[in-house]
Write a protein of this length. Structure first.
Length: 255
């Protein structure tokens, strides 16, 4: 018994973090990109993962993803729920960079294509359900997105810092969770949403509140594509909606 406990402890605290880091670095290396992890700790007794200073560089050395910390608290009751159950997933200082080369050709699109290649000769399943998962709370703190649009005269922009808090995300069939999300863009601008979200099949109903002031870069970016001038002195919008996906496709109703 003592030997089993010792092996479990050593495997959980030492071997598991090494295997996870090695797998992550190797998988990205297979796509020609470089991933690095500053520190990775796992606790096999409380089922937590704590990853610090992650960075992912594109094949040309450009940093495309990075964050200060990822903390995951995994619930042992996942076996009872018959689903991956996470008490908390938190990401601090997430930084993402994307560059558009053509209409639908960007760094992140290329990354997704390399990580998830299509299987040739295998027809797509009629109903490709996501893994059964429950996320009791998702926190994203101080995130930002930087982008460079080559076709738009190398326009550079930034979205953020953004903070997001979401409760009760579920991919269980026919289960809707009630959430409240507030994306704080800066001291005065924000996007707030509250409502019900069901992922399988997809259906959502709720209310959206948007507040924004003068955003010169956004106006300058839209001016490049639109054949008319935009006069923008801020935005204030509140509306209710319902959206769903059925056999006919995507449906949307604004109230």
């Amino acid at each position: 018994m003592l030997l089993a406990v010792t092996l479990y402890t050593l495997g959980g605290f030492l071997l598991a973090p090494w295997l996870v880091e090695r797998t992550v670095v190797k998988r990205f290396a297979e796509t020609g990109r470089t991933a690095s992890i500053g520190e990775l700790r796992m606790n096999p007794y409380v089922f937590t993962l704590d990853l610090a200073d992650f960075a992912l560089d594109d094949s040309d050395g450009t940093r495309i993803v990075g964050f200060d910390r990822l903390f995951v608290d995994f619930e042992r009751r996942s076996i009872i729920d018959w689903a991956f159950n996470f008490k908390l997933i938190r990401i601090d200082a997430l930084a993402v960079f994307d560059e558009r080369f053509d209409a639908f050709d960007t760094r992140l699109v290329r990354l997704a294509t390399d990580l998830l290649p299509e299987e040739e000769g295998e027809p797509a399943a009629e109903e490709d359900l996501p893994p059964r998962a429950i996320v009791q709370r998702l926190e994203i703190a101080d995130a930002r997105l930087d982008f460079l649009d080559g076709p738009a005269d190398n326009f550079e922009g930034r979205v953020g810092p953004v903070s997001v808090d979401v409760d009760d995300i579920r991919t269980l069939p026919d289960h809707a969770g009630s959430q409240t999300v507030r994306i704080q863009i800066n001291e005065t601008d924000y996007l707030a949403w509250r409502g019900d979200l069901q992922l399988v099949p997809f259906r959502s109903k709720g209310e959206v509140e948007l507040r924004g002031r003068e955003v010169p870069n956004t106006r300058r970016y839209l001016d490049y594509y639109l054949p008319f001038d935009i006069v923008f002195n801020g935005i204030s919008a509140d509306f209710a909606y319902e959206t769903w996906v059925d056999e006919a496709g995507l449906g949307l109703s604004l109230i």
